[in-house]
Design a protein around this ligand. Structure first.
Ligand code: UT7
Length: 324
């Protein structure tokens, strides 16, 4: 059998209509627009409507990605959805997306790696597709993350937002792909650090959903270190250097983390795609949303070399390199 390679054929995104500004938050907790902007770069975030589910957001993003790719849903045989905020404990929210898209076959499942989820989902789909298990996939990151926030905790509630992003991928003959496609992934976790970023509830522990708890400044320090090591791993494995990267599309947790990582890795700041000001941290959705933003506005073009990275609860972290 000839070697297969996964290429990204389309990118889509969706943001709920309602926008919450820093000023609005300042009316709810002891914070200020100035503090949030200075410490995070966030100006506003989108909040899902009461009747809007993660599967609705994921489906909208998936449809946009299919339209962008010009691929009919009947060709899709795999959905991998990264989310921390599923519609229900089971079944997987990906199966709700499968039904909402009108798919009659294939397979759909969720991946849970919190803010790093999209990279874990991408690596999972890529591996399965290169084995020949599936031909056309939608890989989605979608969240209603604001549903698990403690709106009285100023250390967390100012940071997060809702949204979804998706890519449509095809496994094709590597010779036909040329230089395009997914090149390398590096994903890691360290379960010993989960106390620094977690929710204080769960199905088998409390029987509740729980709310986000985070020791922000400690997560911050680990984020810059872990992300930099993951990025170095993919660069070393592939022989590319930071100079070769056309666009750096990181997880959008905090502008200071984006800047810190770019500086540490000597990535030109003009190549950093930042959406944190307008989206906040949308967890697993942030990378595909940033990708979608930069594809839509014409910055990212076919053939560009893209580096993505993320770090989140678990701790989980990773990096992916691909040629769009
Ligand atoms: O995506 C998943 C991974 N998550 C992350 O990567 C998040 C990583 N962490 C961060 O982004 C930052 O640590 C935060 C933005 C969460 C916090 O920024 P910081 O510069 O690390 O602040 P800090 O936690 O050290 O707190 C400094 C001060 C504290 O007051 P005192 O003790 O110095 O009096 C906090 O109580 O800022 C206070 N503070 C706030 N003040 C106004 C914390 N949150 C707020 C707030 N408004 N919203």
């Amino acid at each position: 059998m000839s070697e297969l390679r996964c290429v990204i054929e389309g990118v889509g995104g969706y943001l709920p209509e309602r926008v919450m500004t820093n000023a609005e938050l300042a009316g709810m907790v002891d914070t200020s627009d100035e503090w949030i902007r200075e410490r995070t770069g966030i100006r506003e975030r989108h909040i899902a409507a009461d009747d809007e589910l993660t599967s609705d957001i994921a489906t909208a993003a998936a449809k946009a990605a299919l339209d962008h790719a010009g691929i009919d849903v009947s060709e899709v045989d795999l959905i991998v959805l990264a989310t921390t905020t599923p519609d229900q404990t089971f079944p997987a929210t990906a199966t709700a997306v499968q039904a909402k898209l009108g798919m009659e076959g294939g397979a759909a499942f969720d991946v849970q790696a919190v803010c790093s989820g999209f990279l874990f989902a991408l690596a999972t789909a890529d591996s399965m597709m290169k084995q020949g298990l599936f031909k056309t996939a939608i890989v989605i990151g979608a969240e209603t993350f604001t549903r698990i926030l403690d709106w009285s905790d100023r250390g967390t509630c100012v940071l997060f937002g809702d949204g979804g992003g998706a890519v449509v991928m095809r496994a094709i003959d590597a010779a036909e792909a040329g230089e395009r496609g997914l090149i390398a992934h590096h994903v890691r976790t360290d379960g010993r650090k989960s106390d620094l970023l977690h929710v204080d509830g769960g199905v088998s522990s409390t029987g509740t959903v729980g709310q986000v708890r985070m020791i922000g400044n400690q997560v911050f320090k680990h984020a810059v270190t872990n992300i930099s090591s993951a990025v170095r791993a993919v660069l070393e494995e592939t022989g590319y250097s930071a100079d070769d990267i056309d666009w750096f599309v990181p997880h959008q947790a905090n502008q200071r983390i984006l800047d810190g990582v770019a500086k540490k890795l000597k990535i030109d700041e003009a190549k950093v795609v930042s959406t944190v000001a307008l989206h906040g941290n949308t967890s697993a959705a942030s990378i595909p949303l940033a990708l979608w933003t930069a594809v839509q506005d014409g910055r990212i073009k076919s053939g560009d070399l893209i580096l993505s990275e993320a770090m989140g609860g678990g701790f989980s972290w990773g990096a992916s390199l691909f040629r769009y």
